[in-house]
Design a protein around this ligand. Structure first.
Ligand code: LLP
Length: 408
């Protein structure tokens, strides 16, 4: 990847996505489930760039959405309605209404209250709501506590006994059709055992529902497959699929999975430019033009991303790579062995395709970075750099009213 050229063409800070790598990540996972009916619903939250979603749509992906915004984006990008699912712990009425009107594949129910809302809204719209219930299997996924979701101490899903009750309620409702079952125990999973255990628990529930004449078509295993940021060992997609399939013997279900990170994470690079270097008696800081508003994972989770300086390898010493934002927590990397830098040198931060741009903000009134796709050796812009006008657009018109208010 010619980072120098990309920086010259598009400036920095810049997100760069290798679309060929995304394709191979997607196909590898899809192939792992071959021999079974399966649908890969890409978790849009990981990276919601429209061109990137369209790229996945062309490969046959569906979408896992957690807001009306993500549902709209999935449609705009060209994902067919029968491949879209709607998850999330707090769906608003208008979002439920949108999902029903758009006739998506199903809504993942996360509480008894939500099932009630969906039923009411479906009945008002004279539609049948296809649903699945998100089960919280109470299993420790052994990942960062902020991204662990399958324990009873987490807000997600419902206990197995409550799930059963909800399915019975759903079956008896004129406006609800239970079609699937769902779990998602966490993100950046690097151990197979918790996934296998969760899949086993939920498939047992599926069997017990079948005895009650509730036959579900979809077995949704969520997302969560981890990627290699540093030296962690990761789960191979084939082993992941086999372990899940083993728990489904004798069941005729379509497998749905909702991967985000494992599809786009290692296909993304964040490119940033050195502004200054400074040292105090204790530390060396390399100050760059990218910051926590562009990439918050290091600040938020103390996440490690491989970080290196382009074109120089000599006289290395330890430095923190920090951004211009006015927070001590604004760092992109800590204690990196890095050569002396000068103004405009380029620094690459790897594996930033997932939860990078999608978690970015305008904090410190910083315009968001541009995004570029590389495909078949060609680069193209897929999101232009933000301007100040984009940031102030939703506020500027109120200035006049503010003046009028103060004048009266
Ligand atoms: N399905 C559900 C219901 C989810 O909550 C998530 C992620 C996924 C699928 C996709 O998970 P993945 O395959 O990407 O692990 N911001 C954090 C990750 C938060 C994950 C939230 N849920 C990070 O940067 O590590």
């Amino acid at each position: 990847m010619d980072f120098e050229k990309l920086a010259k063409t598009y400036n920095t800070p810049l997100y760069i996505y290798d679309f060929d790598k995304i394709k191979s990540n997607f196909n590898r996972l899809k192939d792992s489930f071959s021999g079974r009916k399966s649908l890969i619903c890409y978790a849009i939250k990981a990276n919601s760039n429209l061109s990137l979603i369209r790229h996945l749509a062309r490969l046959g992906a569906g979408a896992d959405c957690v807001s009306s915004g993500e549902i709209e984006k999935a449609f705009i990008a060209g994902i067919p309605k029968y491949k879209i699912i709607f998850s999330g712990v707090g769906k608003r009425d208008d979002e439920i209404e949108l999902a029903l009107k758009k006739d998506i594949l199903f809504i993942n129910i996360e509480s008894e209250g939500e099932l009630g809302r969906v039923e009411e809204i479906a009945s008002k719209l004279k539609r049948i709501a296809r649903i699945s219930v998100r089960v919280n299997p109470d299993i420790d996924p052994k990942t960062h506590p902020y991204i662990s979701t399958g324990l009873n101490s987490n807000k997600f899903g419902v206990d197995i006994d409550i799930a059963k009750k909800l399915y019975i309620k759903a079956k008896n409702s004129k406006s609800i059709e239970p079609v699937g079952i769902h779990f998602h125990i966490g993100s950046q999973l690097t151990e197979l055992e918790p996934i296998k255990e969760a899949s086993k628990k939920v498939s047992d529930l599926l069997r017990s529902l079948s005895v009650l004449d509730i036959d579900l078509k979809f077995f949704d295993v969520g997302g969560g497959l981890g990627i290699k940021y540093g030296d962690e060992k990761i789960i191979e997609p084939y082993d992941y699929a086999q372990n899940i399939l083993d728990t489904l013997k004798g069941l005729d279900v379509t497998i749905i999975c909702e991967p985000g990170r494992s599809i786009v994470g290692d296909a993304g690079f964040f490119l940033t430019k050195v502004l200054y270097e400074k040292r105090n008696h204790q530390k060396r800081f390399v100050i760059v033009d990218g910051a926590m508003n562009d990439l918050i994972r290091p600040s938020l989770y103390n996440a490690y991303h491989k970080t290196y300086l382009l074109g120089k390898n000599e006289n290395k010493s330890r430095a923190d790579i920090v951004g211009p934002v006015c927070e001590s927590g604004d760092f992109l990397a800590k204690d990196v062995e890095i050569s002396d830098t000068k103004h405009n040198d380029l620094i690459v931060i790897e594996s930033t395709g997932a939860y990078g741009m999608s978690m970015s903000s305008n904090y410190n009134t910083r315009a968001r970075a541009a995004e570029v796709a590389i495909e078949g050796g060609h680069d193209r812009l897929i999101r232009r750099r933000e301007h100040l006008e984009d940031i102030i657009e939703s506020e500027i018109e109120y200035l006049r009213m503010d003046d009028e208010f103060n004048a009266s």
